[in-house]
Ligand binder design. Structure first.
Ligand code: CP
Length: 302
C-alpha cells in the first residue's frame, strides 16, 4: 500500500484490510507516538464534515505530524474558479499526503491521477467512503470477535449512502448475509446486488425494518442524505421512514450492535443511546486508530 492512494475500498485486498485492522488495534493500545514527525498532511474538505476531518486531524496530531488544509470550500480559491486539477497539483507540492472530501462522485479518483502524493478519499459524493468502512470493520470485529458469516442489516438511504456502498464491497470478502431495508425510492443500486450475486452472497430486500432487526448481528442505520436530493419534495416524502426506538430491540440478538456512520438526524431515537447494544459513539472513536493505521501504511511507516 506504500505510496498508493486509497480512493475506493476495492483498492484494499482482504489481506490489506486485515493488516490495517491489526495495526489499528496497536494504535488503540498506544495512540501517542512520534511516527509522523516531519510529515505534513493536507486536509481538503470541499464538503462539510465533523467526524472524518476531526478524527483524521486527531490521528495526525497524536502521531506528531502537522496538518494544513481547508475545512470550507467557501474560503478556498475554488470560489474564484480554480480547478480541482490546479488545487491538487499545487497542494501536492506542499504536503506528503492529501486527504480529500468532495461532493462529486469520482473526484477522489481524478485527484489521485493528477497528484504527486497519495490521496485518501474522505468521501466523494454518493460513491465511496473507504476510511469509514475501515472503522466500521474494526468496530464489527471488535464487537463480534469475527468478520465472517455475519447477518448485516443495512437500513435507510441505501441509494445515496456512500458508507453503505463501501461497506457492502468490503464485507463481501467475509461471506455475510445482507438484509437491505429501504423505501423503494432509496434501494441499494443494482451494481451492489450484482456484486453479491457474483460472489454468491445472500441478500434480501425489505421495506419494513422490523423484519431485519431480530435477524441481525449488526444493525447499520443511516441518515437519508438530504444533500443528494435534487427535489426537496422527494426528500420530505422519505425523511422519516425509519426511526429506531428501544422498544423495537426487545427481541433482538444478545450480540446485536447498532452502528451508524453519523451524523444522525432522527433515525435513531435518543432512547436507544443508553442501550448496551448501541455502539455508534464508540464506532466514531475507533476512527482515530483506524485512520492512524491507514495514514502510516500509505506513507510506508508500518
Ligand atoms: N461519518 C462521517 O463521514 O461523518 P462526517 O460527515 O461528520 O465526517
Amino acid at each position: 500500500m506504500k505510496n498508493k492512494s486509497l480512493v475506493s475500498i476495492s483498492d484494499f485486498s482482504k489481506e490489506d484490510i486485515l493488516r490495517i485492522l491489526v495495526e489499528a488495534e496497536k494504535f488503540e493500545n498506544n495512540p501517542n507516538t512520534r511516527i509522523l514527525e516531519g510529515k505534513v498532511i493536507a486536509m481538503l474538505f470541499f464538503e462539510p464534515s465533523t467526524r472524518t476531518r476531526l478524527s483524521f486531524e486527531t490521528a495526525v496530531n497524536r502521531l506528531g505530524g502537522r496538518v494544513i488544509g481547508i475545512s470550507d470550500a467557501a474560503t478556498s480559491s475554488s470560489t474564484k474558479g480554480e480547478t480541482l486539477n490546479d488545487t491538487i497539483k499545487m497542494v501536492s507540492g506542499y504536503a506528503d499526503l492529501i486527504i480529500m472530501r468532495h461532493h462529486i462522485d469520482g473526484a477522489a479518483r481524478y485527484a489521485s491521477e493528477v497528484s504527486a502524493v497519495p490521496i485518501i478519499n474522505a468521501g466523494d459524493g454518493s460513491n465511496q467512503h473507504p476510511t469509514q468502512t475501515m472503522l466500521d470493520l474494526y468496530s464489527i470485529k471488535k464487537t463480534q470477535a469475527t468478520l465472517e458469516n455475519l447477518q448485516i442489516s443495512l437500513v435507510g438511504d441505501l441509494k445515496y449512502g456512500r458508507a453503505v456502498h463501501s461497506l457492502v464491497i468490503a464485507m463481501s470478502h467475509f461471506n455475510p448475509s445482507f438484509h437491505f431495508v429501504s423505501p423503494p425510492e432509496l434501494q441499494i443500486p443494482d451494481s451492489y446486488k450484482l456484486l453479491c450475486n457474483k460472489q454468491g452472497i445472500s441478500y434480501k430486500q425489505y421495506v419494513e425494518i422490523s423484519e431485519a432487526i431480530n435477524k441481525a448481528d449488526i444493525l447499520y442505520m443511516t441518515r437519508v442524505q438530504r444533500e443528494r436530493f435534487t427535489d426537496p419534495v422527494e426528500y420530505e416524502k422519505v425523511k422519516n421512514t425509519y426511526v429506531l426506538k428501544n422498544a423495537m430491540l426487545e427481541n433482538s440478538k444478545q450480540n446485536l450492535r447498532i452502528l451508524h456512520p453519523l451524523p444522525r438526524v432522527n433515525e435513531i431515537d435518543m432512547d436507544v443511546d443508553t442501550n448496551p447494544k448501541a455502539y455508534y459513539f464508540e464506532q466514531a472513536r475507533n476512527g482515530v486508530y483506524v485512520r492512524q493505521a491507514i495514514i502510516c501504511s500509505i506513507l510506508g511507516l508500518l
